[in-house]
Design a protein around this ligand. Structure first.
Ligand SMILES: [Zn+2]
Length: 624
């Protein structure tokens, strides 16, 4: 469970990360900038001893196979031994992965990861009996167990969650057949990735300076931001018209994936893939529908953004190919690690003294591996896998503002893990992805607020406001548009209607036109934008996942607004998420934090914030 969550955070982060130059030798780095893994295990021989111990303790769980339902005594012992084993396994894997990330070229450390992975596989196979066995115990008997053994309270949520999905759990042979299709499960992703990265011929353009550019995916992201407008137009039209040639292939591949999703959902007795996808974290389908509805209601704010962009770019009519053109001059701000830490401590003061004291502990007690060193994993992440120790953060500090905001983001995850581990039993300490990115983006919000308030010049302020505005546009509106596209194509498949590349073009193009207006006041959406869906790997790689980028940022922006306006009462409520782990379902935790995902309130608060940012930008522009 936990391992999965950690991987997801890395995926979320990798989207906004830039790989930094890594040329510092690790041995030359001051120890205070390196994480201290000896808190996990003093030495490798200790790690090996712990591994042997875990290996031996597997039997302590397996001996209860077939016996969980016998008595409250064996139910408690079996469950407790299982969680004790998982807690130690997490710590073991944590050490192996952290030390191997220090230098990916170190094959000895890689072998620790392989050993930990092999042990994880063995344990998950040998303990796979637990859920099915719990499902066989009837509710009355379970209730009796819980009243007989007070210690079972720690596992209440775990058991409740298994029982909740009873109606969607199949017989053992049926489950085995479904699981066997896992062998071909990555076909659509592989086809997409091999085709679009390697076999598909790339478009080429000659830019105004006479340079010929081959438009790979990464070249497109670079060249779509060019200052020269006709270059931008050329880049967009060549890049997407190239995709037109492959709409049938990529359309058939995506349709195949959507159909496969639906087969799994139906086999598990769900009505739709959306229901199935949201069932894991127990998120009501209405949360997804409300997101789309509220964002449609919020389109006037997107239109205001487009009008502002038009003004700042000084063009008659805004086109879709203008969206990535920089509107503000980036001011280069320089931050040493100490400067960055100080800014973060000041910016996150609204979260209270305990939060601040823990941040200082993270900075002062080597929870963070700061420097980009030779062979180190790129990007940034936080992991709270070691329940009894503390979370760790991997950074690649680059002395810029991006480094400061990345660290603030990762510290959000770290504090979430720290407080959940401290306040919840191990079985409830691991939080869902749906709430994870609230804690991280809330910190980004508070940081941005602080930086704008303390900006040294109008240029600096404009640069901060401009990039924050882009974040809101791309995360809230663009990701919701993606979420809506996903829903539309799934609905067609579920209604038994044909879904081809051409059908997807129509759906996508209409959505973009709805969002961006396609008129002189909004933004002209040129016809080749119909093929943009072919370029988005998420549609193939995930199912109903991207909407969480939008919801997290909307909820965190709303909570940040409340914290800024109301102070302590709002902070106290927010701690229900930070300390909550998985003690309740994500939606309930968010409600306890003071906002209702099914209402209009978080959306209104987020839009108020976006409008305030535009007010501030306009004030500066009007001065000039
Ligand atoms: Zn994150």
């Amino acid at each position: 469970m936990r391992v999965k969550a950690v991987i997801l955070f890395i995926i979320l982060i990798s989207i906004c990360m830039i790989t930094k130059a890594q040329n510092i030798e690790r041995k030359n780095v001051d120890p205070k900038y390196k994480w201290n893994l000896s808190e996990l295990y003093a030495s490798e021989s200790d790690w090996l001893k712990a591994k042997d111990n875990i290996q031996k303790n597997i039997d302590k769980v397996v001996q209860y196979k077939g016996k969980l339902g016998q008595s409250s005594e064996s139910f408690l012992n079996g469950t407790k031994n299982y969680f004790d084993l998982m807690k130690e396994l997490n710590r073991l894997s944590d050490y192996a992965s952290r030390i191997s990330d220090e230098d990916l070229n170190n094959s000895h450390n890689q072998s620790l990861v392989q050993q930990a992975t092999a042990l994880t596989t063995e344990i998950s196979e040998k303990t796979a009996f637990i859920s099915p066995e719990i499902l066989k115990i009837d509710q009355k008997r379970l209730d009796k167990f819980f009243s007989e053994k007070k210690e079972l309270a720690d596992y209440k949520m775990f058991v409740k969650d298994i029982v909740r999905q009873k109606a969607h759990t199949l017989s053992e042979p049926e489950e085995q057949i479904l699981a066997s299709f896992g062998l071909s499960g990555d076909t659509y992703t592989n086809v997409y990735s091999i085709f679009t990265n390697a076999e598909m011929p790339f478009a080429k353009v000659v830019t105004s300076d006479g340079k010929e550019v081959e438009l790979t995916s990464s070249a497109y992201t670079k060249y779509r931001t060019l200052q020269n407008r006709s270059d931008r137009e050329k880049v967009f039209s060549s890049f997407f018209n190239n995709f037109k040639n492959f709409q049938n292939t990529l359309g058939a591949n995506l349709a195949g994936k959507v159909k496969t999703d639906y087969v799994y959902a139906k086999d598990r007795k769900y009505n739709t893939t959306l229901e199935y996808s949201l069932s894991g974290p127990n998120i009501p389908v209405s949360v997804y529908e409300n997101l789309i509805k509220q964002i449609h209601n919020s389109l006037p704010t997107l239109r205001r953004f487009l009008a502002l962009k038009k003004r700042m770019l000084n063009v008659d009519t805004l086109h879709y190919y203008d969206l990535y053109a920089p509107i503000v001059k980036e001011t280069s701000m320089h931050f040493s690690i100490e400067d960055g830490q100080k800014v973060i401590l000041d910016a996150l003061k609204p979260l209270g003294p305990e939060y601040n004291a823990t941040l200082q502990k993270a900075f002062g007690s080597r929870w963070i591996d700061m420097m980009p060193t030779v062979g180190k994993r790129s990007g940034a992440y936080s992991t709270g896998a070691s329940y009894d120790v503390h979370p760790y953060i991997l950074m690649n500090w680059n002395d810029d503002y991006e480094s400061v905001s990345t660290l603030a983001h990762e510290l959000g995850h770290t504090m979430h893990s720290y407080f959940s581990n401290k306040n919840q039993p191990f079985a409830n300490s691991n939080y869902a992805t749906f709430v994870a990115e609230i804690a991280s983006t809330l910190n980004e919000n508070l940081l941005n607020n602080y930086m704008v308030q303390n900006a040294k010049s109008d240029e600096e302020k404009l640069s901060l406001l401009g990039s924050y505005l882009e974040l809101l546009r791309t995360t809230i509106f663009r990701q919701t548009l993606f979420a809506e596209f996903e829903l539309e194509i799934h609905k067609l498949v579920e209604a038994g209607k044909p879904v081809t590349g051409e059908v997807m073009n129509d759906i996508y193009y209409n959505l973009v036109k709805t969002y961006y207006g396609n008129d002189k006041d909004g933004c002209i959406v040129d016809p080749y934008i119909a093929y943009e869906w072919e370029y988005i790997p998420h549609f193939i790689d995930y199912t109903y996942y991207v909407f969480q980028y939008s919801t997290s940022l909307i909820y965190s922006t709303a909570i940040a607004e409340k914290i800024i306006n109301e102070g302590k009462p709002a902070v106290d409520k927010y701690y229900n998420i930070l300390k909550g782990g998985s003690s309740d379902y994500p939606i309930e935790l968010i409600k306890k934090a003071g906002i209702d995902p099914l209402s209009a309130e978080p959306f209104n608060l987020a839009m108020n914030k976006m409008n305030k940012v535009m007010d501030q930008i306009e004030q500066i522009l009007n001065k000039k």
